[in-house]
Design a protein around this ligand. Structure first.
Ligand SMILES: *[C@@H]1O[C@H](CO)[C@@H](O)[C@H](O)[C@H]1NC(C)=O
Ligand SMILES: *[C@@H]1O[C@H](CO)[C@@H](O)[C@H](O)[C@H]1NC(C)=O
Ligand SMILES: *[C@@H]1O[C@H](CO)[C@@H](O)[C@H](O)[C@H]1NC(C)=O
Ligand SMILES: *[C@@H]1O[C@H](CO)[C@@H](O)[C@H](O)[C@H]1NC(C)=O
Ligand SMILES: *[C@@H]1O[C@H](CO)[C@@H](O)[C@H](O)[C@H]1NC(C)=O
Ligand SMILES: *[C@@H]1O[C@H](CO)[C@@H](O)[C@H](O)[C@H]1NC(C)=O
Ligand SMILES: *[C@@H]1O[C@H](CO)[C@@H](O)[C@H](O)[C@H]1NC(C)=O
Ligand SMILES: *[C@@H]1O[C@H](CO)[C@@H](O)[C@H](O)[C@H]1NC(C)=O
Ligand SMILES: *[C@@H]1O[C@H](CO)[C@@H](O)[C@H](O)[C@H]1NC(C)=O
Ligand SMILES: *[C@@H]1O[C@H](CO)[C@@H](O)[C@H](O)[C@H]1NC(C)=O
Ligand SMILES: *[C@@H]1O[C@H](CO)[C@@H](O)[C@H](O)[C@H]1NC(C)=O
Ligand SMILES: *[C@@H]1O[C@H](CO)[C@@H](O)[C@H](O)[C@H]1NC(C)=O
Length: 672
């Protein structure tokens, strides 16, 4: 048989020490950052470019400003070093922006519902180093504008930012990923690494969460908000790191966002402690009488969200799935059951949960027998059944099973529109939402594969040139819900559609010049405007939002095909699905060990080299071949007997081999 792998590809997996493909990692190798280039200047600034390294010498005279570009989104505390100053009454200001749209010498982009954030001013009295107070770090910016506002002169010799994300990692180890991904599409490679970096940007020192000083006071009805203050000085969780929704804002814990961010973290950095600190902060404010969990972590005010309540529970079952640490789940189990009972108490005679509070991911019209909320409930109950079994707490299982079955049959009776081939949002509307249709597939609320294929195809038909719209949010494009839509196309076995959506939507989010070319935005419009329907203030949109990182886990889990089925990977499935790609290689570690799978397609056949930890077991599901041929599965180490499978017909569907013990394996399929 012809060798399918080139020597150069083989050499990449041979060294266990350094993670392969590290050249794609966007995290810096040191926390001391300097601008990459000058974006633009006004007034008299000499040698502005010199501040791209340190020491430099840029002289700002009279009214003058230079906008610097860091080349990617970063976050941290600014320090300016002043070399000389014309007199002791000078001021230097700094403004920040994630997008090029809000680069300005008057204001930063925004964190409040209206207006723009203030300039950070330093009174310069003498040469020396001027550092912003820690509560005035900025959580996400690609552009930093240095402003001089009076007569006189200031020489700046260094404009440095101390990078604050991933505070619990060593200063020189921000690039020490535990996971990697590579394929023969450079755009998808960049998308994977931008997702991983976005989640790092959202991982903050929990003592520097957003204090929300204007919550409820500066809202969209305030038309004259200027120089809006911001303070990152609220302690949002215990511990030394927290996974939050966004780098600039909200810098708070939101469980819904974590449903997409967490698998992306597992596939790239395996930063479990930040996930635990964030989940713990939500359980810390649980109402121990009713079981109700918060919409968001402190200091957000108390609001009931049916879906975010359930996402917190999914956080716990996901933690067990991705770590195998039963002690953590066990420590929260009674709180978990109390919280699930709270949700179950809203199920009425129809068999469905009646949603009586509109709070969700800022979509509109959340209420009644909503399909998204009921799908998430169905999913949570099933996750709870698995966890109950792992904990040997079988008492609630029978009731949960019958409740879940009723939700499934009632939802299909009441909410499935067979003419359209999609679910409606609730009984009183014809609107067919992106969130509920995607979640129905992800949760397996669907009864058969033809429903799944129909939903996938109908969702794909709606794409605009900028991505997949969410009609339930005034046709916004939601990179959050589109993360679930990606999973829907994979579950419909249409990898081509999933890759198509990644290239279209995440390609736009990466390559458009208004974006950061490094992190993913919270939301925008179907026509490509950086306007997100739930907000009136466009400058407020976060450009580094963990909920927008769906492709990172999807590329690893579905394309490279490394799927953890239970307990941190004690059981697994290797199921590569390359679509129009010819090569995919991924790996990552959990507490159980290291998992990898590399697939090369050539000459109608393929070769898969994979590795799973000793003591685990799983299933190998090979991609469909386009020819009749012969598949051979053999252990690279020779510890297990070689297993041979003959395939005599073309297109017989995926070939599966069950009960494969953990180890290093090679699978080859060649056409006969
Ligand atoms: C330069 O001035 C223009 C016009 O006022 C403004 O739009 C731009 O943001 C300014 N840029 C800098 C770096 O000050
Ligand atoms: C420059 O800005 C500082 C800080 O806002 C202010 O106190 C000072 O009056 C300004 N100087 C001029 C000349 O506008
Ligand atoms: C991070 O990775 C580098 C390069 O592989 C290695 O030298 C360093 O020891 C690692 N640091 C930590 C804290 O793991
Ligand atoms: C806002 O700040 C700018 C300088 O950063 C200043 O010129 C302006 O007067 C301030 N506006 C108000 C309303 O304070
Ligand atoms: C945050 O800092 C501001 C300004 O110093 C202060 O007024 C506020 O009390 C601080 N908030 C917290 C929670 O420390
Ligand atoms: C818990 O919920 C109950 C019922 O809504 C309410 O009366 C009580 O004040 C809540 N407890 C806390 C600590 O918020
Ligand atoms: C049903 O869905 C529609 C469309 O999303 C929405 O406008 C309406 O408010 C929902 N009904 C309830 C009771 O929430
Ligand atoms: C849901 O509950 C609310 C409040 O009790 C009620 O007004 C509404 O009719 C219920 N919706 C459905 C679909 O039963
Ligand atoms: C559950 O029961 C099985 C079989 O008795 C046992 O091996 C396992 O340790 C138990 N698990 C827990 C969490 O108690
Ligand atoms: C999905 O539900 C169907 C029953 O409707 C069941 O046969 C199937 O095993 C479920 N699939 C998964 C992956 O749980
Ligand atoms: C997969 O989705 C694409 C749309 O992206 C569609 O053109 C194609 O027909 C779908 N394939 C199948 C097998 O449904
Ligand atoms: C975007 O970032 C990539 C590295 O991830 C770089 O190669 C490319 O040049 C950047 N594009 C632009 C337009 O800066």
């Amino acid at each position: 048989m012809k060798s399918l792998l080139s020597a150069s590809v083989l050499s990449l997996i041979s060294s266990a020490s350094a993670i392969p493909y590290a050249e794609y990692i966007l995290a810096p190798d040191s926390r001391a950052l300097h601008p990459a280039s000058v974006h633009s200047s006004n007034g008299s600034v000499s040698n502005a470019e010199s501040l791209t390294s340190s020491p430099g010498s840029a002289v700002f005279e009279d009214d003058a400003a230079t906008a610097y570009d860091f080349g990617k989104n970063i976050a941290g505390v600014v320090s300016l070093t002043v070399g000389s100053v014309s007199d002791s009454d000078q001021y230097i200001g700094v403004t920040f922006s994630e997008s090029s749209l809000w680069v300005s010498n008057k204001s930063s982009d925004a964190t409040a519902d209206a207006g723009k954030d203030e300039t950070l001013w330093f009174q310069v009295t003498a040469p020396g180093r001027y550092t912003a107070p820690r509560e005035k770090e900025r959580g996400g910016f690609r552009y930093m504008t240095v402003v001089h506002n009076s007569t006189g002169k200031v020489e700046i010799t260094s404009a440095e930012v101390y990078f604050t994300p991933m505070p619990h990692w060593e200063d020189d180890a921000l690039r020490n990923y535990t996971g990697y991904f590579h394929c023969d599409d450079e755009l998808l490679n960049r998308v994977w690494y931008a997702g991983a970096y976005t989640n790092q940007m959202c991982t903050i020192d929990p003592h520097h969460g957003n204090a929300l000083v204007h919550l409820g006071t500066i809202n969209s009805s305030v038309s004259d908000a200027t120089n809006v203050t911001w303070y990152y000085n609220y302690t949002i969780t215990n511990g030394s790191s927290a996974l939050t929704d966004g780098a600039k804002r909200d810098r708070l814990v939101w469980a819904g966002d974590m449903a997409i961010a967490v698998p992306g973290v597992v596939a790239s950095t395996n930063d479990v402690v930040s996930i635990e600190n964030s989940l713990n902060s939500l359980f810390a404010v649980q109402n121990r009488t009713t079981g109700q969990l918060p919409y968001a972590g402190r200091p957000f005010f108390s609001v009931l969200s049916f879906t975010y309540h359930l996402y917190t529970l999914i956080g716990v079952t996901d933690h067990y799935l991705y770590t195998g640490n039963l002690d953590y789940a066990s420590s929260l189990w009674s709180e978990w059951k109390l919280a699930l009972n709270f949700s179950l108490s809203f199920i009425d005679d129809s068999g469905l949960m009646n949603v009586t509070s509109p709070s969700d991911w800022l979509r509109f019209g959340m209420g009644g027998h909503n399909i998204e909320a009921n799908s998430i409930l169905y999913y949570t109950i099933n996750q709870g059944i698995s966890l109950a079994e792992a904990l040997n707490d079988t008492e609630p299982v029978a009731f949960w099973q019958s409740t879940a079955e009723k939700i499934k049959s009632a939802a299909n009776e009441r909410l499935w529109n067979s003419n359209a081939g999609m679910y409606i949002d609730n009984e009183t509307t014809t609107l067919m939402p992106q969130d509920g249709n995607s979640w129905a597939v992800v949760s397996n609320l669907t009864l058969n594969s033809s429903q799944i294929k129909s939903i996938s195809s109908n969702l794909a038909d709606r794409w605009t040139p900028y991505g997949a719209p969410a009609p339930e949010a005034a046709d916004a494009i939601s990179p959050f819900i589109s993360g679930f839509e990606l999973q829907t196309h994979f579950l419909a076995e249409n990898t081509t559609a999933a890759l198509g959506l990644m290239r279209l939507q995440w390609g736009f989010m990466l390559n458009d010049p208004r974006m950061t070319n490094s992190t993913f935005i919270e939301g925008y419009s179907t026509t490509g405007e950086l306007h997100y329907a739930p907000y009136l203030n466009d400058a407020r949109i976060s450009h580094a939002h963990g909920w927008a990182t769906g492709p990172t886990s999807s590329l690893t889990f579905y394309v490279a095909g490394i799927q953890l089925l239970g307990a941190g990977g004690k059981t697994w499935r290797i199921a590569p699905s390359l679509g129009d790609l010819t090569f995919a290689d991924a790996g990552f570690s959990t507490g159980v060990g290291f998992f990898s799978a590399k697939t090369q397609v050539a000459n109608g056949g393929f070769q898969i080299d994979f590795e799973t930890p000793e003591g685990t077991s799983g299933e190998v599901r090979m991609p469909k071949a386009s020819c009749a041929g012969r598949a051979l599965l053999k252990a690279s180490s020779g510890k297990y007997a070689a297993l041979e499978i003959e395939v005599t017909h073309a297109n017989t569907g995926p070939i599966s081999v069950a009960d494969v013990p953990g180890g290093k394996w090679e699978v080859t399929f060649s056409c006969t």
